[in-house]
Design a protein around this ligand. Structure first.
Ligand code: CP
Length: 310
């Protein structure tokens, strides 16, 4: 199936579980054509951008993508100045905002908030991260970066390291990798292991994986190392955060022991889990991921709004 025969017009982008492998590949194929594309195909269209949690990359790359394609963006800079602060429900907020825009982007601290928003409006809704659940456009840009770096999405050995319990970027990407044929290594402190539902999904699809605490025990076998920040804001007990906050730190000396073939990824922001001496390491791809975010989001906006390149 090609991009031409797949229509994603008007679809919501809430969970990677809602999309087939062909649909995922269609987003990536289309993105390649958007690398340097800057024509006003979205002229007159408005993105309603609602962030109830902090963001730099997702917020600004969606705004940049919309504006580079001729569209415009509205939203509040801080959810504390929206009527949510007066007790308005999310559903009512969405039913108001749908009158002002053509597509809605939502980041929210509660799992399921993006699904609720999509059920509250006929406009397409894009999940920009809902609690610990999903972050679909991060996953698309991660896949795009993996394709660029490794030339394929199958037959890879991919290690996830850090906070696998609370990281939505990990949850989204692992769900999606279940569509492909790879071996996964899940490296975390015992208290931050990936929730069982994600392992059940991997089991159901026959994905080979193992869980471990020691990255260096498996490192030599790995093509990609996907690191994550320990998500301080999700811990109910600050004492528990203190116990694991420095669980893993990768630096150049450590990575050089493994070899120079590994691709190092991170959704960012980082705290201390990747040393800055890795920023110019040939395998480091995390700033490439940031750049690819604009490309992917241009393609997503074009496809969901039904405004193709001309
Ligand atoms: N990767 C990511 O979602 O970054 P932001 O929180 O800055 O949007």
């Amino acid at each position: 199936m090609t991009t031409e025969t797949l229509s994603l017009v008007g679809r919501d982008l809430i969970s990677m579980r809602d999309f087939t492998r062909d649909e995922l590949l269609a987003f990536l194929d289309e993105a390649r054509a958007f690398e340097d594309f800057r024509e006003p195909i979205l002229l007159g269209l408005v993105l309603g951008s609602l962030f109830f949690e902090p963001s730099t990359r997702t917020n600004l790359s969606f705004s940049g993508a919309m504006q580079r394609l001729g569209g415009s963006v509205l939203g509040f800079a801080d959810s504390k100045v929206s009527s949510t602060a007066k007790g308005e429900s999310l559903a009512d907020t969405i039913r108001a905002v749908e009158n002002y825009c053509d597509i809605i982007l939502l980041r929210h601290p509660l799992e399921g908030a993006a699904r609720l928003a999509a059920e509250s409006t006929g406009l397409p809704v894009i999940n920009a991260g809902d609690g610990t659940n999903q972050h679909p456009t991060q996953t698309l840009l991660d896949l795009y970066t993996i394709q660029q770096r490794r030339g394929r999405l199958d037959n890879l050995k991919i290690a996830f390291i850090g906070d696998l319990k609370y990281s939505r970027t990990v949850h989204s990407l692992i769900d999606t990798l279940a569509h492909f044929d790879n071996e996964l290594f899940l490296i975390s402190p015992p208290t931050l292991r990936i929730p069982a539902e994600f392992l059940e999904e991997l089991d159901a699809r026959g994905t080979v994986y193992s869980e471990d605490e020691d990255f260096f025990a498996v490192a030599k076998d790995v093509d990609i190392l996907y690191t994550t920040r320990i998500q301080q804001e999700r811990f109910p007990d600050p004492v528990e955060y203190e116990k694991v906050k420095n669980a893993y730190r990768i630096d150049r000396e450590g990575l050089q022991k493994i070899g120079d073939e590994i691709t190092l990824m991170h959704p960012l922001p980082r705290v201390n889990e990747i040393a800055t001496d890795l920023d110019d390491y040939p395998g480091s791809a995390y700033f490439e991921q940031v750049r690819n975010g604009v490309t992917i989001r241009k393609a997503v906006l074009s496809m969901l709004l039904g405004k193709p390149r001309v």
